[in-house]
Design a protein around this ligand. Structure first.
Ligand code: NAG
Ligand code: NAG
Ligand code: NAG
Length: 403
């Protein structure tokens, strides 16, 4: 009993002789890259002589900061913390031994002890840092995008995160060819970052950026735009991405060929210039333009063809302009008696080209009235295989006559 008493008495002074060191009442929660102040203080200021303050990480015994002999002993502290741990030397006289930790990293999560030694007395407090779980998710669209040449498309990319746009960098690139399409950096789009192929054709939706929507508008789609695009997002040392495929350019049930005939009236002389777009069913798009001047009375070929030749057996090719039959090929020959009289001499079908999948029609003796919509329909074994639509537009504009 007496022995027990003795021990009891011997222990008490050590405890009562300790310092009461205070710290934050709850774990500190902070996002990556930010700074936190790890509080550590005593209620009454301590004498400065022999004062020692040690900040450590108990799990690894890492020395985060040491104040000894009247100064911060930076050479003994772990190198990683030399630049990131800031001790408020001027606060010591007030009994404040807090430490600021800058540029928080994931590894900084955990416990920190602040041990204060003063005149044979010591005490400590434990500070817990929890790194805020930083979300960085990039959402795109699940479906691939189909588009036709000349159209504008939107490639989706939106960011789900706590970060604000000024802390986010975005790279849009075409991954199958590793071409840079557009960048968003330092809180603004970088138009010059675009590969020449995309220059002037790509942009972000400015109004959507504050909502972290970095979708890309790709204007006037070209055949070579087909492929896989990646939106890669960087924030707070993290990165995430989404990809979207631009495919089947020109895919549509009917082939559409647009032919624009600009008929310029200049006094007595007529000029026709043509611009032709052709969208092909196989995802292969052919764009051709004829910006040449076509004289009235001259000829023009309205193209209609298939990349893969069809079986010529049972083949029927019908060229119509609205209800008018411009030309009909059936039972192995042109059925001239069925076509509209006006076209009998002017519409020329290339019978020898059928085997190559070419069903084009040459229209001779062009007139301004030829403007309109032409549809080329191919039937095989009594069903329609595909059709091509051609719109011939005419624009009359005055031109200076040079005589
Ligand atoms: C200790 O100093 C730090 C840094 O200046 C300050 O943020 C904190 O509030 C101070 N704590 C006390 C208890 O004075
Ligand atoms: C992003 O902006 C584009 C263009 O306005 C829009 O089509 C798309 O729906 C937006 N995405 C989200 C997730 O809001
Ligand atoms: C894109 O994200 C996936 C995970 O979602 C990752 O595996 C891949 O490495 C990322 N690609 C690039 C180029 O960053």
């Amino acid at each position: 009993m007496e022995l027990l008493m003795l021990i009891f008495v011997a222990v008490i002074p050590v405890i009562s002789d300790g310092l009461t060191v205070r710290g934050p009442s709850a774990p500190l929660v902070a996002p990556l890259g930010s700074s936190v102040v790890l509080l550590c203080y005593v209620d009454d200021p301590l004498p400065m002589e022999d004062l020692e303050v040690e900040w450590r990480r108990p799990d690894s015994e890492t020395l985060v900061h040491l104040y000894q002999d009247g100064k911060s002993q930076t050479e003994v502290q772990q190198q990683d913390y030399q630049d990131r741990a800031h001790f408020f030397t001027d606060q010591i006289q007030h009994g404040n031994f807090s430490l600021r930790l800058d540029d928080l990293r994931t590894e900084d999560e955990g416990q920190y002890t602040c041990t204060v030694h003063s005149q044979q007395k010591s005490g400590e407090t434990v500070v817990q840092i929890n790194i805020d779980v930083v979300r960085l998710r990039v959402l795109g669209s699940d479906e691939s995008i189909s588009a036709s040449v000349g159209e504008d498309v939107t490639l989706s990319c939106s960011v789900d995160s706590h970060f604000t746009p000024e802390h986010i960098d975005v790279t849009w690139k075409k991954t199958d060819e590793n071409i840079q399409v557009l960048l968003y950096k330092n809180n603004e789009p970088v138009p010059d970052s675009a590969d020449l192929r995309y220059r002037e054709r790509v942009e972000f939706f400015t109004d959507e950026i504050p909502k972290l929507n970095f979708s890309l508008r790709l204007k006037s789609v070209r055949t070579e735009d087909k492929g896989v695009y990646m939106c890669e997002v960087f924030a707070g040392g993290l990165s995430a991405n989404t990809t979207v495929e631009l495919e089947q350019l020109g895919f549509s049930v009917s082939h559409i060929m647009v032919l624009i005939l600009c008929v310029s009236a200049s006094g007595s002389a007529l000029l026709l210039c043509c611009l032709i777009y052709c969208r092909n069913q196989n995802g292969l798009t052919v764009t051709y333009s004829q910006n040449r001047d076509v004289q009235p009375g001259s000829s023009m070929v309205l193209k209609c063809y298939r990349v893969k030749p069809l079986e010529t057996e049972d083949l029927k090719v019908e060229w119509r302009r609205k209800e008018t039959l411009v030309h009909l090929y059936q039972d192995g020959e042109s059925q001239t008696e069925k076509q509209q009289e006006d076209y009998q001499n002017r519409a020329h079908f290339f019978t020898d080209q059928i085997q190559h999948g070419n069903f084009s029609l040459r229209l001779d003796d062009l007139r301004a009235e030829d403007a309109g919509e032409y549809i080329c329909t191919i039937h095989s074994k009594h069903r329609s295989v595909f059709s091509t639509q051609i719109t011939v537009e005419k624009h009359f504009t005055m031109k200076h006559v040079q005589s």
